[in-house]
Design a binder for this molecule. Structure first.
Ligand code: 5AD
Ligand code: SF4
Length: 443
């Protein structure tokens, strides 16, 4: 506690006040949300509160993403905009964390171009944020025996919990930077995960999302992902289990059978297919075929009723011909996903695909993604209209003006014309459907 108090004194002097404000901006995936919640827990412990107004913040922290170049460009522009804020008040502390700054070339670029940044902390060393923060602020090295990890995760939504179960990735899909910026797979302690789940469920978490780049690879002391799911399912309480992301190559019948046996499974499966063409899947190093993917989906749909399946698609992978792209179109039509995330292929330095010949024009890539978006829009609308007249159990997520936004167990968004308490679970009747959401009324 001595070092925490010392750190608080330093902060009081630096910011010239008793209570501090932090502005946190998160780019990218749920893993980043989870990492940010850990950092926020630490900051809260030090006496920070959180603000959406960057202009009143003492500390500004960006949790960055490196998956696509467009994300990086956007983040760099945001970082550039911080220059004037720092100029106006040099005491403001600016930290840039996450995957983007795990890349050495970007780190060097930021240090050179934006010398006003106080702390850079890449995704692989995010666990060390407290030490780095301490060292930067005090100018002193932290003694090995001092434990600064005394804070708890600060959930943004009390009823919605991210639970990282495995970090890193060993798959090396040829387009993907993640294995480089997050490192090799490492499963977290089985009992610690279970204890954490018990605690958050007791404290009111209603949606438990198990996180990892490939959750199916979870393996700790002979316990695999199915073991973990069954054990969490046995915890007493009203909650739904979600997980992301599953890799289709490891998504097998055993896992489907386990999911079918769970009381708390959310019935939502995010299974990124990326492409519907076998040649492209091979070049992507995905290690499954179109046919295998379809077979897995068919088995899952047969065993688990009302399964909501979503996916990720990349268009314009190097060398993808129009005919090969059309295989992706036909797969989307065949599977009828509830929704998909679409991406134009983005070359990432250091990945295998970076050296493959990318001869598709930007206009053509835009044409392909637009085509998919249009087709999927129709499929999603039809999928949603199928819920009209049915009843769903939902958890209230947010309130706007006179409305509440809720989420079903299977991750569908439901708008309600009345206001309820955030975190409440209620039953609703679906009265109509929109493009991306449903309209419901409390029963
Ligand atoms: N270009 C475009 N999309 C990518 N993704 C990952 N890497 C790239 C890239 N280089 C997409 C994949 C993945 C999702 C998280 O991001 O579809 O499933
Ligand atoms: Fe990237 Fe593939 Fe690993 Fe997913 S499984 S993080 S797409 S390398």
């Amino acid at each position: 506690m001595k070092i925490i108090n010392y750190l608080k004194e330093i902060l009081k002097k630096r910011f010239n006040r008793e209570n501090f404000l932090a502005y946190i901006k998160i780019f990218g995936c749920q893993q980043n949300e989870a990492d940010a919640e850990k950092i926020c827990g630490f900051l809260k412990f030090l006496g920070f509160n959180f603000t959406d107004d960057i202009l009143v913040a003492d500390l500004i922290l960006f949790e960055t993403c490196a998956v696509r170049h467009t994300a990086e460009e956007k983040i760099l522009a945001h970082i550039g905009n911080l220059k004037n804020i720092k100029k106006a008040n040099n005491n403001i502390f600016i930290a840039i964390c996450g995957c983007m700054v795990e890349q050495e070339n970007i780190r060097n670029y930021i240090q050179e171009k934006f010398g006003f940044i106080d702390l850079i902390c890449g995704a692989k060393i995010i666990e060390n944020f407290p030490e780095l923060f301490y060292e930067k602020l005090t100018g002193k090295k932290l003694n090995n025996f001092c434990n600064i990890h005394v804070s708890q995760v600060l959930q943004k939504n009390k009823f919605k919990a991210w639970v990282p179960i495995i970090s890193g990735c060993n798959n090396f899909c040829s387009y993907c930077i993640v294995p480089y910026v997050r490192g090799p797979e490492k499963s977290k302690d089985y009992n610690q995960i279970l204890d954490y789940c018990k605690k958050i469920i007791k404290n009111g978490s209603k949606i438990i999302t198990l996180l990892g780049q490939n959750v199916n690879s979870y393996f700790y002391n002979n316990f695999n992902f199915s073991d973990l799911l069954k054990e969490i399912d046995n915890i007493n309480g009203e909650f739904a289990i979600r997980f992301m992301t599953s890799h289709p190559k490891d998504f097998n019948k055993n896992l489907v059978d386990t999911l079918a046996s769970l009381k708390h499974f959310s019935n939502h499966l995010h299974l990124p297919v990326q492409s519907g063409n076998n040649k492209i899947l091979k070049f992507m190093n995905r290690k499954y075929t179109r046919e295998e993917y379809i077979e897995k989906i068919n088995y899952a749909r047969e065993k688990i009723k009302n399964l909501v399946i979503t996916s990720d698609i990349i268009v314009g992978f190097p060398g993808e011909t129009n005919l090969e792209f059309e295989d992706t179109v036909s797969l989307i039509k065949k599977i009828q996903f509830a929704s998909i995330f679409n991406f134009i292929y983005s070359p990432r330095v250091g990945t295998a695909a970076f050296n493959m010949q990318d001869n598709i024009s930007h206009d053509e890539k835009v044409r392909r993604i637009s085509k998919i978006i249009k087709i999927q829009e129709k499929i999603s609308q039809e999928f949603l209209s199928g819920f009209v007249g049915t009843n769903l159990k939902v958890v209230i997520e947010e309130n706007f003006a006179n409305k509440s936004i809720a989420r079903s167990k299977s991750n569908l968004i439901i708008e309600l014309e009345e206001k309820f308490n955030v975190g409440d679970i209620i039953s609703v009747k679906i009265i109509s459907s929109k493009r991306n959401s449903l309209i419901g009324k409390k029963i």
